[in-house]
Design a binder for this molecule. Structure first.
Ligand code: NAP
Length: 309
């Protein structure tokens, strides 16, 4: 079988399929490890009472899959052929064949694209309040964005931080009315309208940000301890367009737990789940997809297919 991706969903699927004695190839991507490679301390993954660094957690998951003989290719799949059997996955000129596939290529947070944002990522810049909010107890933070995600991030943060300023590039929110109302009623949250963050300040950690009013071009320096960027996510499905059924935003449509529109191709993690987006939920979905793929393959072969000797 072939697993596409190398975040918690893909690697959990690999642990299950290899332990089920399936010959498993993981096409891990050139930037392996998924979104946890961009975080520092992870405190909400069960089993680590003292917390664990995101990249360390991913290295452990890879070692766990390797222990049961999963094979890894650290490159991006560029195309797939899900019409013929066995299924084909392409990496440029190279072709890999699998009787069944688990797609777990995840989603990427959208970023502002600033050099300072990249430099201070995990040092006060975050795209996940659930993951990192705890580190900002009684601190002052900015949340960038005007959609439901930004409202949700701000509401979550308001339980622990001292103050939140929402930076939105327009004077009208995109978020649903109910979420807007909750944010407006929250005394810890203020809005700065018609503004974009043009620079995040700080050497070792965030100390402030420069924002620019898009109508007046006036720039203002704000002091803050954290910047939460909540301007949406993008599922990593560009190479699957026309090959699997996707929703309007490009997430893989899932049916009956982990099935996709193509029989024998399963899905797990943030590439279909835009609701929970947690390492632990992705791992759970990966487990489900791996088990379903194995069961499906066994049913196809009626117990008579070559396993690893
Ligand atoms: P979204 O609805 O696409 O909103 C993204 C926001 O970020 C918009 O306000 C947009 O501004 C802003 N933005 C985009 N690019 C930007 C940039 N480069 N610089 C500054 N601002 C930028 O994304 P989302 O909030 O992640 O929501 C995605 C979907 O999930 C939506 O359908 C949403 O309803 C759903 N969702 C629901 C809930 C809930 O109900 N609890 C929670 C989270 C998400 P503009 O408005 O000017 O375009």
């Amino acid at each position: 079988m072939i697993i596409l991706g190398s975040g918690p969903a893909a690697l959990t699927a690999a642990v299950y399929t290899t332990r089920g004695n399936m010959n498993t190839l993981v096409i891990a991507g050139s930037q392996y490890g998924g979104q946890l490679m961009l975080t520092t301390e992870v405190e909400n993954y069960p089993g680590f009472p003292q917390g664990v660094q995101g990249p360390d957690l991913m290295d452990m998951m890879i070692k766990q899959a390797e222990r049961f003989n999963a094979e890894f290719i650290y490159d991006d799949a560029t195309d797939v052929d899900f019409k013929s059997r066995p299924f084909k996955v392409f990496k440029g000129e190279d072709v890999y064949e699998g009787r069944t596939i688990v797609v777990a290529t995840g989603a990427s947070a959208r970023w502002l694209g600033l050099e300072s944002e990249k430099r201070l990522l995990g040092r006060g810049v975050s795209s996940c309040a659930t993951c990192d909010g705890h580190f900002f107890k009684d601190k002052d933070v900015l949340v960038v964005g005007g959609g439901d995600s930004a409202m949700e991030e701000a509401l979550f943060l308001s339980r622990m931080v001292n103050s939140i300023r929402m930076i939105h590039r327009r004077d009208e929110l995109r978020a649903s009315k109910i979420m807007q109302d909750r944010v407006v009623e929250n005394s810890k949250i203020d809005f700065i309208w018609d503004s974009v963050v043009v620079e995040i300040l700080g050497e070792q950690k965030v100390s402030g940000a420069v924002i620019e009013n898009v109508k007046t071009a006036e720039k203002t320096e704000l002091e803050c301890d954290g910047v939460f960027v909540a301007i949406g996510h993008k599922p990593n499905t560009a190479f699957l367009k026309g090959k699997l059924e996707l929703d309007r935003k490009g997430y893989i449509k899932v049916q009956d737990h982990t099935k996709t529109s193509v029989e024998g191709v399963f899905v797990g993690g943030d590439v279909h789940d835009y609701r929970y987006r947690q390492a632990v939920t992705a791992a759970g979905f990966g487990c489900m997809a791996g088990m379903d793929a194995e069961k499906w393959l066994e049913e196809q072969a009626q117990g008579d297919w070559p396993r690893i000797s």
